[in-house]
Design a binder for this molecule. Structure first.
Ligand SMILES: Cc1cc2nc3c(=O)[nH]c(=O)nc-3n(C[C@H](O)[C@H](O)[C@H](O)COP(=O)(O)OP(=O)(O)OC[C@H]3O[C@@H](n4cnc5c(N)ncnc54)[C@H](O)[C@@H]3O)c2cc1C
Length: 423
């Protein structure tokens, strides 16, 4: 009998955990991803804000499995699934036959039907997004330095972030610190300390998924750093000139989108029911309805807990789901009963505010301030892959602490100052 073939689509947190947990299970694994790297998204905002380099938070998937002969890595984009033939279709025509299929293709930001805003208000999901945002931030300061029109200079020195979830809050905190601590000595014609960082949120408070007292602390800490909070304001329009909200126009040449979520099209590939964000509404064993050999895990799965609350779209949830799907596959291969239905265990919610404060919500225990920042920092270094990355990230943070200098301030990808903030 030929070996059971598990095709895993997506080398993110869910897909990697599954492949790791199937080590020694006697299966053949093909891990497909449209990118050649696994990305540690929780620190992506630090690449966008010039603290870290791209290679500090991403690793070639092929390298991660170099010592696993049972794992074959394929760089390719899945575009469809033929469930009758049990085949995954890749762009370019290649197909892969599976015995078990695991879809761990994640999610991306959503513009609530206004995808035309994306070019002026990029979101943060990939390394390319991070370097695009980094380029726009740095170019805005460069252009402001040579701008003679005061109104244009002010708009160049105004950075608007839409969405006050963890990513929006983290971006705002670091941009304001960059402008106030790192850049002032380097510019001659502008005072970068006068930079405006505006955080727009439709809801009544920042970090709405955190307990109210932590969210209030974060709002106050952001205000003290110098971030302008515009809560209760809906975005009506994003243009190259700025953001129009329900409360007026913010002239701003750099806009970053940190709101909304849209799952990968896994539900469409399978033609199964999805929730409003496009996530596959999975069975209790994380399989797609009607397809017991197809698992959907992580950000692209909609799982409702016993409490009625959805499992959050965060890395630990994706890892737990990947681990669970591996358990089910192992049990099936051993002809053992399936494990009990998937149960999510929340380990806590974390967010940072600038480079020296954070909030942590462990449920009964809530922490804030520098102690929370240290716990956040240690946890993130622990979860990085490999000693080199751990040292590189810890050293970058220490260097900023000692010198105030962000070392990854490179404008890359496009050579001229003709594009972005001005067009
Ligand atoms: C900016 C940002 C900050 C975040 N911060 C935190 C945080 O602080 N803490 C936390 O716990 N969570 C955080 N998250 C959420 C966390 O990163 C996700 O919940 C987690 O990555 C989900 O894992 P996943 O395996 O479902 O998907 P992902 O990790 O997104 O992996 C999906 C993989 O699938 C691949 N893929 C997608 N479509 C295809 C296709 N058609 N064909 C082939 N490959 C495909 C992608 O290239 C990717 O490698 C953050 C997310 C973002 C974007």
């Amino acid at each position: 009998m030929s070996e059971h073939h598990v095709v895993v689509v997506g080398g993110g947190f869910g897909g990697l955990q599954l492949a790791n947990d199937l080590k020694g299970a006697g299966v053949r694994i093909t891990l497909v991803d449209r990118r050649n790297h696994h990305l540690f998204q929780p620190l992506l905002y630090q690449v966008a804000t010039t603290i870290l380099s791209t290679s500090d938070i991403a690793w070639p998937i092929r390298h991660l499995y170099s010592d696993r002969p049972d794992v074959t890595t394929v760089l390719g984009e899945v575009v469809g699934i033929d469930t009758a033939a049990r085949e995954v279709a890749l762009r370019g025509g290649m197909t892969l036959r599976y015995d078990s299929l695991v879809l761990a293709t994640g999610a991306t930001h959503a513009y609530f039907g206004r995808d035309d805003w994306e070019p002026v208000a990029p979101g943060l999901k990939t390394l390319e997004d991070a370097t695009t945002i980094r380029r726009r931030i740095l170019l805005a300061f460069e252009r402001a330095e040579i701008e003679t029109d005061p109104a244009m200079r002010d708009a160049l020195l105004t950075f608007t972030i839409v969405g006050a979830g963890p990513t929006g809050v983290e971006l705002a905190g670091i941009i304001v610190e960059l402008a106030r601590n790192t850049l002032p000595r380097e510019f001659r014609n502008i005072d970068t300390r006068k930079t405006r960082v505006v955080l727009v949120e439709a809801g009544p408070r920042v970090l709405p998924t955190f307990a109210e007292e932590l969210s209030a602390y974060a709002g106050k800490a952001l205000g003290e750093l110098g971030v302008e909070l515009h809560t209760g304001e809906r975005v009506l329009e994003c243009t190259p000139a700025g953001v129009e909200t329900s409360n007026g126009v913010i002239p701003s040449r750099t806009i970053v989108w940190a709101a909304g979520i849209q799952a990968s099209p896994a539900a469409k590939w399978l033609d199964v029911p999805a929730d409003r964000a496009g996530r596959v509404i999975v069975e209790k064993d994380l399989t797609a309805p009607g397809f017991p050999d197809v698992f959907v895990v992580g950000d692209t799965a909609s799982v409702i807990q016993e409490s009625g609350a959805p499992v959050p779209g965060i890395a630990p949830a994706a890892k737990q789901q990947g681990a669970y799907a591996a358990k089910v596959i192992r049990a099936r291969l051993a002809a053992k009963p399936s494990p009990a239905p998937f149960r999510y265990r929340h380990q806590g919610s974390l967010a940072t505010i600038g480079q020296s404060a954070a909030i942590i919500d462990f449920g009964r225990i809530k922490l804030k301030g520098w102690i929370a920042w240290w716990i956040w920092g240690i946890a993130h270094i622990y979860f990085l892959i490999g000693t080199r990355s751990r040292f590189a990230v810890a050293w970058s943070w220490l260097w900023i602490y000692l010198s105030g200098q962000h070392s990854a301030r490179l404008i890359t990808q496009k050579e001229t100052m003709r594009d972005d903030n001005r067009t």
